[in-house]
Design a protein around this ligand. Sequence first.
Ligand code: BJ8
Length: 428
Amino acid sequence: MSGEAMNSYGQMWSDLGINLPAHCALLNAIPKMYGAAYLTQENRPEGMKYFDFVLSEIHGLRIQELQEHKAKGGKVVGTFCLYVPEEIIRALGALNVGLCAGAEWGYNEVERVLPRNTCALIKSFVGFKMDRVCPYVESADLVIGETTCDGKKKAYEIFGEMAPLYVMELPQMKKPGDMVLWRAEIDRLVEKLEELTGNKLTAENLAAAIKEVNDKRRALQRLNAARKAARVPISGLDALLAVQVAFYDDVPRFTQMVNGIADELEARVAAGEGVADADAPRILVTGSPMAIPNWKVHDVIEKAGGVVVAEEMCTGSRYYDTLVAEDGTTLEGMLDDVAEKYLDINCACFTPNSGRIDDILALAKEYKADGVVHYALQFCSPYAIEAYSVERAAQAEGLPVLKIDTDYSMEDVGQLSTRIEAFLEMVK
Ligand code: BJ8
């Protein structure tokens, strides 16, 4: 972001109570990371210029839009997890934003309240809040947490002392009784959001929101389907960025821009044009989510000559692969459809979670992956432990697997590069 832009948003950040010196350091760091990972790529789709712009305005224009929405009486709701149904938030006239959790920030303060060996994602969202550097969380009228992993569950107890927080109870299994609990939780969420927004959920506003969010996911499906081609028309880094931005951008605008990129990619595929060498190893990445600006693993893989063709993760296929049914006619029926779509997500916090293994194998086949990189954030037990079952299932299908445990620091980039280069060589 330019100095001029920083000045024009300065008053807005200050009104939000942002810690300006720390925030300035953060805003200086992100463009450097983005430039090194993204702007060094060659032959990017033209349409990615939109995402360059979005990133350059990450704490500027979008935050201004949120403030304008709030000035008209609208609400902003922050979330950290895929299980929180954005259709309901949107139907009630609130804007949903995925909160910052992808950078190492405020760790000195965080480690006063959380153990050092907490996963980077949790430390990051608590750190952003404690250091007051995230204008999204400072704009949120409500933050919705969920009972997924133990780390998040317990961190929310502390986070709830710093921000208005509401926690959804997510079951840990997918038995019929669990669906009953989850469906009741959806009703409880509706009640909470109706109280927050002063609006009433109706079959009409929910149907419209379902359609809009489905359109967003359909656009991402189109963009990602192009990656099945023999010459991959978009880098994994760029495809990852599109999903990361999907969590906070304006929904109709995002859908339109992603459909534009999908048009471009389909033309590239028809012309046999790709971003990587024709014989570049095709890699499927699976595991913990990668929030902005966590681009490390994709960057290392692609700078080493591989190409990431798919992500089985929350910042990937888990976000867009399924839709809420659009044929519901009554409010109750539509809420059943919402509950069903969301409980169908295959997160490692569930047991058993064999659906995730099936998804990985199906994606590897569809996208003709030559190898799988399993990525777990350090101290993320659900994914680190599930890596064993993923590896066993993939190897049984003849797919090599590389297991990586990492965090948000750049200290292990050299070591990661060595391991990934050796893996790509072996996969070839
Ligand atoms: S649906 S993956 S977004 S819970 S915080 S589990 S990295 S130890 S984020 Fe998640 Fe929802 Fe599941 Fe997706 Fe591990 Fe860290 Fe826990 Fe994490």
